[in-house]
Write a protein that binds this ligand. Structure first.
Ligand code: UDX
Length: 482
């Protein structure tokens, strides 16, 4: 009797932060449920413990052909409820390599399917290790293509004397806002301010700049393909330019919409858990009930993702900006943000109009009819979820890719207004009134956000660009590489 063909096996090894784990899990779920791949999903020990605390053992139970494993991350134990320090995590990535190699080379299941195994990861040292041991690899870039293209310009910025900055004064004197950079392929009307915050350094040997340059370079040579969590229409100019500098590109997103299509497509998973499966924090679902009692488009949703921390002063300015806007608001303040002291007068002044909560089922909140605008740091997953729900943005970028995502939202997609990076209460109030008020600007943004919602839905329906690109990825890359 012929031996049964081995099922192709994918090892997913995402960068161990919420904003990377979420899309990686969604892509792994699609490839498992829709296309029959076996999956080994790798968490770090820190995140495995967070998942257990947040959601119990079910969060790691897996299912036949889909299992979770954990490896040490080499960092000292830290607050179980907090995202780890991003810079420390980035610089500690090489310590993941020996654990990755040991997993792939000694694990019984992976060893038995070695001939049809492939790595999907956005961790460059792990990608390089895979190449060393002969494991084919596809890279999964979980942020925007615009962010990748902006990072790709770092050597050019250096050659033009724009990186590093001459002195710290250039951070304060309007230099970043006034310096126009009009030569980035597919990204017109950029300012130095719109580049990833990594460039705001005066150190010619800055470690994060060096790591970013090396990461971009690796994407050109190591993986057999690069998957982007976006959709063709959303970043069409940049993606066209990028195809000249990278291996084959597959744009597949927004993933939560694809999962919903797959679940409803009849041949997809009966109930792919689309929101809670990857939350490393305990979700508070009561806020959905609170929203049920609010009028349509009357609430500003406020969330800064899983990493960004506001200073207490910024929290107070944001609070009074919300209060003085007169709008309802739902504000996520994560438990690890040491729950800053909200002014008692603020709580009294907004009694019944506002709701402050901890981690919430974010995609469900953005889809709620009561939510009329989203005040956010411009993390990429939150941006895609807002595009998918047709909700206009109030942009308060923090760091990393958020400046570039803010540029895309405001200049490229025209679905957002920029509040700034350290705004006063008057700035917050003005921006909220602009978007939530019935004036022309607010209507323009809402119309544009609705148009992008429709384009995202089209891209993820069977036959849409992202749906087709997922099938192309399977037929052109994953299966032949096995
Ligand atoms: C990080 C970086 O900050 C971001 O810039 C980068 O694009 C990805 O990695 P993060 O800050 O966590 O991400 O934001 P984001 O990318 O938006 O991801 C947050 C995820 O957590 C989203 O999927 C969101 O739905 C979820 N979330 C957030 C919740 O489920 N509940 C919440 O209360 C807040």
């Amino acid at each position: 009797m012929a031996t049964p063909a081995k099922k192709p096996h994918l090892v997913f090894f995402p960068f161990p932060a919420q904003g990377h784990v979420t899309p990686a899990f969604h892509l792994a779920s699609l490839l498992h449920h829709l296309h029959g791949f076996d999956v080994t999903f790798v968490h770090t020990e820190h995140n495995r413990r967070r998942l257990l605390r947040a959601r119990g053992a079910d969060a790691l139970a897996g299912s036949p052909g889909f299992r979770f494993v954990a490896v040490p991350d080499g960092l000292p134990a830290s607050d179980e409820d907090a995202a780890q320090d991003m810079t420390a995590l980035l610089l500690s990535l090489p310590t993941l390599v020996p654990h990755f190699k040991e997993l792939v080379l000694s694990d019984e299941l992976l060893a038995s399917t070695a001939s049809c195994c492939l790595l999907v990861s956005d961790v460059v040292p792990v990608q390089r290790a895979a190449k060393e041991i002969g494991l084919p690899c596809a890279s999964f870039w979980t942020s925007s293509a615009s962010f990748f293209m902006a990072c790709h310009q770092f050597p050019q910025l250096a050659a033009k004397g724009l990186l590093p900055l001459k002195d710290a004064e250039q951070l304060r004197n309007g230099y970043l806002e006034s310096t126009v950079v009009d030569w980035v392929p597919g990204m017109p009307k950029m300012r130095l301010k719109d580049f990833p915050s990594f460039i705001r350094t005066t150190d010619p040997d800055d470690a994060i700049i060096a790591l970013t340059v090396s990461t971009v370079e690796c994407h050109r040579t190591v993986p057999s393909a690069v998957i982007f969590h976006t959709f063709d229409e959303l970043e069409s100019q940049v993606l066209r330019e990028m195809s000249a500098i990278l291996p084959p590109i597959y744009t597949i997103g927004p993933l939560p919409l694809l999962l919903r299509q797959a679940a409803g497509a009849g041949d997809g998973p009966a109930a792919v858990d689309m929101s809670g499966s990857t939350s490393l924090s305990k979700e508070n679902r009561a806020c959905l009930d609170w929203l049920d009692g609010k009028r349509a488009n009357s609430v500003v949703f406020v969330s800064f993702g899983s990493i960004v921390k506001l200073t207490n002063e910024q929290v107070v300015e944001l609070a009074w900006g919300l209060a003085n806007s007169g709008c309802g608001f739902l504000w996520v303040i994560r438990s690890d943000q040491q729950r800053p002291v909200l002014p008692p007068e603020f709580l009294a002044a907004t009694e019944g109009r506002g709701c402050v909560t901890s981690w919430c089922p974010q995609p469900g909140v953005l889809r709620h009819a009561a939510v009329g605008a989203f005040l956010t740091h411009c993390g990429w997953n939150l941006m895609l979820e807002s595009v998918s729900a047709g909700v206009p943005l109030l942009c308060w970028p923090g760091a990393a890719d958020q400046q570039t995502n803010c540029w895309l939202a405001c200049t490229g997609l025209r679905i957002g207004v920029e509040i700034g990076e350290d705004p006063r209460r008057e700035d917050v109030e003005l921006a909220i009134r602009q978007v939530m008020g019935g004036d022309d600007r607010g209507e323009e943004l809402r119309t544009s956000a609705t148009e992008w919602k429709e384009k995202a839905a089209l891209a993820t329906k069977p036959g849409g660009s992202s749906w087709v690109n997922l099938e192309r990825l399977v037929n052109e890359v994953l299966t032949p590489l096995m």
